[in-house]
Write a protein that binds this ligand. Structure first.
Ligand code: AMP
Ligand code: MN
Ligand code: MN
Length: 337
């Protein structure tokens, strides 16, 4: 098996050519994944601000599904580029896609890939391979690393707006510079971003250390029902919990407050694998998985039509929460590393 590697010189050149091939007044559409996180929004909006600096006048940014920007990101620069899916350019000259591992994560916007030019910027090892020009670097800590490189090849200098977007993307996907992919290059990029004058303390407080009282109460309840199964994952252990739409309702919270719930769960020392099963429909669940190394959870997710990274992945599950977890438990044993 050959190791995955980043974009080739030809791919970078093709991406630059794709952007330069469209006129400043042509319609350009940027798309990130459904239920966007800090990297999806940050890489997309930061790049959109860069296109503006290049002189592009008609830039839309969007994502499929419910048009809600999670609370932590409601002050991100570039939000004025954002339009609901239904209002996004129907027939753009150029489409750029950010942080999307599979076409299914583009929902009803997947058809826009048929635009005359399309460029996919991503860092998921599981990336399914779609779109015209593919800038997929599985070694990149965040999609914003790829977006920063493309802006730099287009000759766009960083400003505070672009830098804040890319910093949020980098900080969220590296778990605040804690995960393994936090390489010297990641810190060098962070240094360049901070050098523009952005304030990491303010940004971190906003995106990591702030949330409504109801979200805290909801988290407390959901963590309180967590289950530890020490025999799962070949004896390395699995800890899991679930949250229903009724839980959200009772605490008056939107679904995105559960996006970071996996973090306290994965701290449990007795388990290698952490799983959070979040209800999204009558019998539909968004499944988040993390491993400390015993299991390739991306491989587990891919068997269920999802994806992600070796130690952090997700998929959409169907049926009862317990059935979804039983499926995960069974698959863990098949994907021990
Ligand atoms: P999450 O648990 O939602 O934070 O997601 C962890 C990782 O898995 C992220 O890199 C996601 O992009 C990826 N991921 C989550 N859900 C899916 C899905 N349904 N399809 C593909 N990738 C996913
Ligand atoms: Mn993402
Ligand atoms: Mn990402």
């Amino acid at each position: 098996m050959t190791l995955p590697s980043g974009p080739s010189a030809d791919q970078w050149a093709a991406a630059v050519a794709a952007v330069r091939s469209v006129g400043a007044d042509d319609e350009v559409l940027l798309i990130c994944h459904v239920n966007p996180d800090g990297d999806a929004l940050g890489s997309m909006l930061g790049f959109g601000l860069g296109l503006r600096r290049l002189g592009f006048t008609r830039v839309h940014a969007t994502f499929p599904g419910e048009f809600t920007v999670p609370g932590p990101y409601t002050e991100m620069p570039g939000l004025d580029l954002l339009v609901p899916e239904a209002e996004a350019f129907a027939d753009p000259r150029l489409v750029l896609v950010f942080d999307v591992a599979s076409e299914s994560r583009l929902g009803g916007l997947a058809g826009r890939l048929a635009a005359p030019r399309s460029v996919v910027l991503d860092h998921h090892a599981s990336n399914a391979g779609f779109g015209g020009v593919r800038l997929v670097d599985p070694d990149a800590a965040a999609t914003s690393v790829v977006a920063d490189e493309l802006l730099s090849r287009l000759g766009v200098p960083l400003d505070t707006g672009i830098a804040e977007c890319f910093y949020i993307a980098l900080a969220t996907d590296t778990g605040s510079f804690r995960f393994d992919m936090t390489t010297p290059a990641v810190h060098e990029l962070a240094a360049r971003l901070i050098a523009t004058g952005i304030r990491p303390g303010d940004i971190s407080r906003r995106i990591f250390d702030s949330g409504p009282f109801g979200a805290m109460k909801l988290t407390g309840e959901v963590l309180g029902r967590a289950v530890l199964d020490e025999s799962a994952a070949g004896g390395r252990g699995m800890v899991w919990t679930w949250a229903t739409l009724d839980d959200l309702d009772r605490h008056g919270q939107p679904p995105y407050v559960l996006d970071t719930l996996i973090d306290p769960v994965r701290r449990v020392a007795e388990a290698d694998v952490a799983v959070v099963v979040k209800q999204t429909g009558a019998a539909e669940w968004s499944v988040s998985m993390r491993s400390k190394g015993a299991v390739d959870v991306s491989a587990v997710a891919m068997t269920q039509g999802g994806g992600g990274h070796r130690l952090a992945a997700g998929f959409t599950g169907h049926g009862e929460a317990r059935d979804v977890v039983d499926t995960v438990r069974r698959l863990l044993d098949l994907h021990l590393t």
